[in-house]
Design a protein around this ligand. Structure first.
Ligand code: S3P
Length: 201
């Protein structure tokens, strides 16, 4: 548990910070906090797809099917790779699973995997109705099965792994910033939380 650094140096990295992880791992909320801290624009790829298609993710699944949605995800990754202005992108939980997406993700930038357990996902999303893949009579079993199949993909893409489920947003932010510094990112220590964290060492 905690933070892990991965060796992913075989890829030429783009300028972006890419957040991956299972549904409910906090990619969007952490992405917004990182956007403020790093003074970079933040984009959620699900919202990019919804804007382009003028439909919600649930409607896309219902009307066009999951297969069509997966093609849209790959198209978005190609657009991100062309964007040279450093930004933060949060990817849908299933995006890293398709094999052809993995080199694309790695070349977009530094990849942070927000790790969470199936039980924590269940607690966070048990009243959520916006995730078509969790429409199930037994959502916890569904989450466990999906997660088991996806873990290798998340780990393969990640430069940095940070546990999120039982941690506060501040703690997750601290772990990410510390991990990015260890990967060579120049991030000033300029707010109170960060300063306290540095003094504790
Ligand atoms: C999906 C995750 C969702 C969204 C879609 C499919 C998945 O994104 O892309 O419902 O396959 O895990 P979040 O991870 O942002 O919830």
């Amino acid at each position: 548990m905690g933070t892990e650094h991965r060796k992913n140096r075989e890829y030429e990295k783009g300028p972006h910070l890419i957040l991956i992880g299972f549904m409910g791992s906090g990619k969007t909320s952490i992405g917004r906090s990182l956007s403020y801290k790093l003074r970079r624009s933040f984009y959620d790829t699900d919202r990019m797809i919804e804007e382009k298609e003028k439909m919600s993710i649930s409607e896309i699944f219902d009307k066009k099917g999951e297969k069509a949605f997966r093609v849209m995800e790959t198209d978005v990754l190609r657009r991100i790779r062309e964007d040279r202005s450093p930004a933060i992108y949060s990817l849908g939980g299933g995006t890293p699973v398709q094999l052809q997406n993995q080199p694309l993700i790695k070349t977009c930038g530094t990849v942070v995997y927000l790790r969470i357990t199936p039980e924590e996902v269940y607690e966070r999303l048990k009243n959520d109705t916006t995730r078509p893949l969790l429409r199930s009579a037994d959502p916890l079993t569904r989450i466990r099965t999906l997660m088991k199949g996806r873990l290798p993909a998340y780990e393969r893409c990640a430069d940095l792994i940070v546990d999120t489920g039982s941690c506060s947003r501040d703690k997750v932010m601290e772990d990410i910033l510390e991990g990015l510094r260890a990967l060579g990112w120049d991030i000033p220590v300029d707010d109170k939380t960060d300063r306290l964290n540095e003094e504790e060492k």
